[in-house]
Design a binder for this molecule. Structure first.
Ligand code: NHW
Ligand code: EN5
Length: 388
């Protein structure tokens, strides 16, 4: 059934019930001298390249590949359209390795036809801090699909991660592979219901008119929480403490230091937005919320070509109720002209989804670890990790 994945150190379907298997690495780290020194072989028309994602030209080439060939929904109505600035941000965090940004070109034409990336991350799994790679942006050009190129790309990124003495990875996918550590549900909160309905992203509910639907999703003009403001550079130490303390409660979560928080959470226009609540009396930072910007191309609609979507990222509430905090995030997203606000049922998100009028989507997101076994499948609320 899974000719490639059966050969890899990942949880296998046949072992799913077996809690006698220990939790932790599936196979031990090897001496670096035993890591293959040469790249895997590609079919002869193609060659490997290392992509310099600090270069705007390279970001443009990758952007063009992904905007035409990356993830679509199950009815091929929408395709993720990560911006160049987003790709630069996602792929160049503190300590990133250029060698983990891997392209495949056609030798003769130099055309970029496939891509896969890793970025380093420390993840905590229960009580263990594990150095990992987060793998993302696996893409093979539509015309080169089902030729078993993906397994070669996965083996090559694995080899390059091993060369840095890192032996575990985390990734998410919309497809079921051996075997999810957790399966999450996408939820969507309409901000611009008329456009969402016009483009087929959502449907007019039964016994609903357009004007009743618009009224249903109306939001206040401005945020309601006193002391709610955009995060600034000077907030990095306080936000890091708040977030580290909050993420302790989850079974799998990133282990973020101040340099990570500065990179991943300091606002970057049209890439990541972060807000916090500073107590007007004590100036203490008590709450935090964030979202990232990932538009989708609308395939084949005469009137609209882009769906502007915000994705819930990391949120922390210690004083402001989470529901009110996220309601303020919805208000700013509406002010900034987003069409939809998306969230997964991870962390404590269940507590606000229904009340804030999110509805379940038709997409699921499966979370995976490479070379790390868990005894049990996790509930989404036990996950403290959001991948881009
Ligand atoms: S998930 C998004 C993945 N990208 C897309 O869906 C874009 C559109 N699709 C494509 O470009 C986020 C192609 O369909 C792709 C497959 C390239 C997906 N993950 O070449 P073949 C990520 O980027 C397996 C993993 O013939 P193809 C996460 C499939 O099960 N495996 O297929 C990426 C089969 O293996 P099997 C996937 O359609 C995580 C084999 O590929 C997969 O032309 C990567 C078929 O290959 C997926 N999303 O190309 C793993 N989709 O055993 C990282 C299919 O079943 C692991 N497959 O026969 C960790 C590595 C680092 C370790 C470090 C210690
Ligand atoms: C790696 N980082 O299927 C990510 N999206 O629900 C890769 N559906 O947008 C993995 N099909 O339900 C990505 N509207 C896996 C996800 C791939 C993209 C995907 C789903 C998630 C999605 C929309 C549009 C469906 C169009 C037809 C959807 C319903 C919204 C409605 C709003 C009002 C309240 C009820 C729900």
């Amino acid at each position: 059934r899974h000719k490639f994945w059966e050969t890899q150190p990942v949880g296998q379907f046949k072992d799913l019930g077996d809690s006698s298997l220990p939790e932790g690495p599936i196979e031990p780290a090897s001496p670096l001298s035993e890591v293959k020194q040469e790249p895997y072989n590609l079919p002869s028309p193609y060659e490997w390249i290392t992509c310099d994602m600090e270069s705007t030209e390279m970001c443009t080439e990758v952007y063009n590949l992904l905007s035409n060939n990356y993830v679509e929904d199950d009815e091929n109505m929408f395709r993720f359209n990560y911006s160049k600035e987003f790709l630069h941000w996602a792929l160049c965090p503190p300590g990133h390795y250029k060698s983990w940004h891997i392209g495949v070109r056609v030798k003769s034409s130099k055309k970029l036809v496939a891509f896969i990336t890793g970025v380093p991350a420390r993840l905590r799994v229960r009580d263990s801090i594990v150095q990992m790679a987060e793998i993302n942006f696996l893409c093979v050009h539509k015309k080169l699909r089902t030729k078993r190129l993906a397994p070669v790309m996965i083996k090559e990124v694995t080899r390059r991660v091993h060369l840095e003495d890192i032996w575990q990875a985390a990734y998410t996918a919309g497809v079921v592979l051996p075997t999810p550590i957790s399966t999450c549900q996408y939820w969507h909160r309409s901000l611009n219901p008329k456009k969402l309905i016009d483009v087929g992203f959502s449907r007019l509910g039964a016994r609903m008119t357009m004007s009743r639907t618009i009224k249903l999703y109306k939001l206040p003009e401005s945020t309601v929480t006193p002391g709610f403001r955009k995060m600034e550079l000077r907030d990095v130490p306080a936000v890091t403490r708040l977030l580290r303390n909050y993420l302790m409660q989850f079974l799998v979560a990133p282990d973020l230091d101040e340099t990570d928080v500065e990179h991943w959470l300091l606002p970057k226009e049209d890439v990541v937005d972060s807000f916090l609540v500073e107590c007007p009396e004590t100036h203490k930072i008590t709450d935090f919320c964030s979202f990232y910007t990932l538009p989708s191309s609308i395939l084949g609609n005469a009137n609209h070509s882009i769906l502007k979507a915000a994705y819930s990222y990391y949120n922390v509430s210690t004083k402001t109720p989470l529901l009110q905090l996220i309601n303020d995030a919805l208000i700013v997203a509406k002010q900034k002209d987003y069409d939809v606000f998306n969230a997964l049922d991870v962390m404590q998100n269940e507590s606000f989804l229904k009340e804030l009028k999110f509805g379940p989507g038709d997409g699921k997101l499966h979370y995976y670890l490479y070379n790390y076994r868990l005894k049990h499948v996790l509930r989404p609320s036990e996950l403290g990790l959001v991948l881009l």
